[in-house]
Structure formats: C-alpha cells, structure tokens
Design a protein around this ligand. Structure first.
Ligand code: MG
Ligand code: MG
Length: 268
C-alpha cells in the first residue's frame, strides 16, 4: 500500500479547525444531557441534529457502513460502540467519539465521562489517559518523529500501571477522515516519519485498566477489552508547528458542560 501524507496550507488548517470546533460543541451538547437512564441512541440523535443544524455532516454516519453519528463505548468497550437501546447506568465509563465534515474537511475528537458514582481507579484511568494525550501532543512539533508521540503516551500510561491498545491508532485528518500517517500510541523515540509543519493528525490514546488485548464483538464494530476491564479514550486533532502543536479541536465546551452537569465528574 502506498503512503501519501498531505501537508495542509494555513487556509486548509482553518477549515479543519472549524470542523473540529463544531465537534467540540457537539460533544458539549451531548455532555449536557448525559446521565443515568438516558439511552445511547438519544445521545446520537441529539448529536446528529446539532451537526446537521450547523449545515455539516456527521463524518461517521455510513463510514464503511457504520450506522450512527457517534461512537459510544461503555466500560469494557474500547471504541466503535454503536448507539442503541442501552440506557446509561450509575457508575458507567462512557467514551464518546465524534467526527464532523464541513467545507470539504473533517474534524475528529473523543472524550470519556464518568457518570454518577465511580471508583477512584476508574477516575485515575480517565485522568491518566487524558494527560497522556497532552504528553503526546507535546511531542508533535516539527523535526520530531511519529514514534516520539507514541513513546511519550506509552511511557506515561505504563508508568501509571495501565496498558496501551496496540491495534487501534491515530491518523492524519483532512479531506478524508483517516489519512496517512498512522499515529500509534506506543512506539520508539526517533522512529517513524518525520513531523513537518502543516501535518494534521488525530492523536487518540486508547488506554486499558487491565490487559492491553482486545476483541471485536459480534456486531463487527464494537471493540472490547479481552479481560472485561474498563478502557478510556481521549482524542484531539492537532497541526504540527515549529515550537508547539496547535490543537484544532477543543475540550473547553465539553468541560463547561461537565461542570454544569451534576451527573458527571470533571476529569483532570
Ligand atoms: Mg475520533
Ligand atoms: Mg480518530
């Protein structure tokens, strides 16, 4: 398979930022109503309506046949959970991934929530996963290599006693939802393609409380941990710059919604 990395112009970066900001606002709309008892298909409906009301298209809907606008993955589900009749329970760990397509470009971001009372070790899993995302982003500067990102994420998560899913990875973002290069959440320092200015990538650690191994459910979409223990997922779309990556997506709207929703615990 040939590899083609597209570096974005500043104009293209701004269009991606627009899609990413809309993703953040969609997440916040969902976070505002996330609580015990709500069905995941309701969250998906609210997200799709919000995206379409903003004259944009949900990136995931019909992507390789995926039937919804959000991926909603509960507890041991790692990613690609399909929204449906399931009603959120007290103590659930809820990972939500959202993509938006507008003006010819995609945006992609994910966040994980604790609903209701939760165990301290689950909260720590979410916090470490979120912080590992920023450890990865710190490495996403011109002159470094893709392996530096995965190395930083892996070191931080393993040091905290958690494990990194190997089979699922971040990716380039642009006119296609998934572009080259592959952005693994584990790796070796100084290895892989060199990072150049204008490279837009989604960095998305998927971190397990227990073992790193995963399985696919019978629905052929949902990925679960093989040991049944919880998993967390945080994702930003960023552009590589000289001194510091520019984060194109945002958690600001989400975290405002979390603060105002008594069912949710803020994640440090
Ligand atoms: Mg995503
Ligand atoms: Mg992604």
């Amino acid at each position: 398979m040939s590899s083609q990395i597209y570096y974005k112009t500043n104009e293209e970066v701004e269009l991606i930022r627009y899609s990413c900001q809309l993703v953040g606002k969609t997440h916040a709309t969902v976070a505002a109503i996330l609580k015990e008892g709500v069905q995941t298909k309701t969250l998906d409906k609210v997200a799709e309506e919000f995206i379409r009301d903003h004259k944009a298209i949900p990136s995931f809907k019909n992507y390789n046949g995926f039937p919804a606008s959000l991926c909603i993955s509960i507890n041991e589900e790692v990613v690609h959970g399909i929204p449906g009749d399931y009603a959120i329970k007290n103590g659930d760990i809820v990972s939500i991934d959202c993509g938006v397509y507008a003006n010819g470009f995609h945006g992609d971001s994910a966040y994980t929530y604790c609903v209701g009372e939760t165990k301290p070790e689950y909260l720590k899993l979410l916090s470490v996963t979120k912080q590992s995302l920023y450890k990865g982003i710190e490495q996403a500067v011109a002159g470094k290599r893709i392996g530096d990102i995965g190395f930083a994420i892996q070191q931080y998560c393993e040091k905290n006693g958690f494990s990194v899913v190997r089979e699922l990875v971040g990716h380039g973002v642009g006119r296609s939802l998934h572009e080259d290069p592959v952005v693994a959440n584990h790796g070796q320092r100084g290895k892989g393609p060199k990072l150049l200015e204008g490279l837009v990538i989604a960095i998305e650690p998927m971190i397990n409380l227990g073992k790193k191994t995963i399985l696919k459910k019978e629905d052929q979409w949902t990925i679960v941990t093989s040991d049944g223990k919880p998993s967390a997922h945080f994702e930003h779309t960023i552009v590589v710059r000289k001194k510091q990556a520019d984060i194109l997506s945002t958690f600001a709207f989400i975290e405002e919604a979390v603060k105002n929703n008594p069912a949710l615990t803020p994640i440090e």
